[in-house]
Design a protein around this ligand. Structure first.
Ligand code: PAF
Length: 280
């Protein structure tokens, strides 16, 4: 059986009100659909941590800085509802754009410093779109906990900052990236890779893990980063938008004694891939 689809906020509110009255906790897994094992791992974590689980499916137009990317984003609602069936989620909330952004909607939520570098610099407006829709989805679902993948590391830090700064009564639960056998992090965008490019794509996580190990062992960082770029070019990758080691939380320059992370956005076969790994 497929997951029960709910499209209207009124219907969702009736459910969440009843759950709250019964003293049940609510978990939310925000998604843009095209669900894969990475999403399912978030749902499983939510099922373990909460009495009720809502998965949201909304391809948020406001977080796409490129209209072509928005148009090409995979939309597979029926398959998504089916894949969630065995996990017995309580609701798959699939609002349309007018439910999320009714006429006259004009509020934008903008998170400060952590949303500026990396994705923020290369995708202007992206994190305003994410922060705005996440705020709306948290308010709509009234969830106690929200589950986010570490694959989108910067997004996770932006959402944590948002919740802390606005005193939102919700706990953000980070979940590890899920990788294919060859190491490529699962992503809805991977579907757009040709067979040849998919075979080349594992060079990205391999280069990141090798570079992170070398850095942790004290190798000279500029040389390590240059070698990683060379590896990616040799493997057939195109433009490297960024490849940088950052402080794990602020995404600013690494801070001695604090955890750091190596993050990258790279093009392959007309598809933009992002990934990140811990250093040390
Ligand atoms: O990570 C995503 O899929 C999206 O950015 C999110 C969190 C569902 C907001 O649209």
């Amino acid at each position: 059986m497929s997951a029960p689809i709910i499209r209207s906020l009124a219907e969702l509110r009736a459910l969440t009100r009843a759950w709250r009255q019964a003293g049940e906790s609510i978990g939310v897994v925000p998604t843009m659909g095209a669900l894969h094992e990475g999403h399912l791992s978030l749902v499983r974590a939510a099922k373990q941590g909460c009495d009720r689980v809502i998965v949201t499916l909304f391809v948020n137009p406001r977080q796409f800085n490129n209209p072509e990317d928005f148009a090409k984003y995979p939309r597979t609602e029926l398959a998504d509802a089916a894949i969630l069936g065995p996990l017995a989620v309580d609701a798959l909330f699939v609002p349309d754009a007018a439910e999320v952004y009714p006429a006259g909607h004009s509020t934008v939520v903008s998170v400060g410093d952590v949303s500026q570098p990396l994705e923020g610099a290369h995708r202007p407006g992206h994190f305003d779109g994410v922060a705005t829709v996440v705020t709306l989805l948290f308010n709509m679902t009234q969830a106690d906990r929200a589950y986010f993948g570490e694959k989108d590391w910067q997004q996770l830090q932006v959402v944590k900052r948002l919740v802390a700064d606005l005193n939102m009564p919700i706990e953000i639960v980070p979940c590890p990236s899920v990788r294919d056998a060859d190491g490529l992090a699962l992503s809805s965008r991977n579907q757009r890779l040709s067979r040849k490019a998919r075979a080349q794509a594992a060079a990205l996580p391999n280069a990141l893990f090798d570079a992170a190990t070398a850095m942790a062992e004290g190798a000279y960082e500029p040389e390590v980063l240059a070698a990683a770029r060379d590896t990616l070019a040799a493997a057939g990758f195109g433009e490297v938008e960024y490849l940088a080691r950052c402080d794990s939380e602020s995404l600013g320059p690494p801070i001695p004694g604090k955890p750091s992370r190596l993050l990258a956005a790279v093009w392959l076969d007309g598809v933009r891939l992002i990934d990140n790994v811990a250093v040390g």
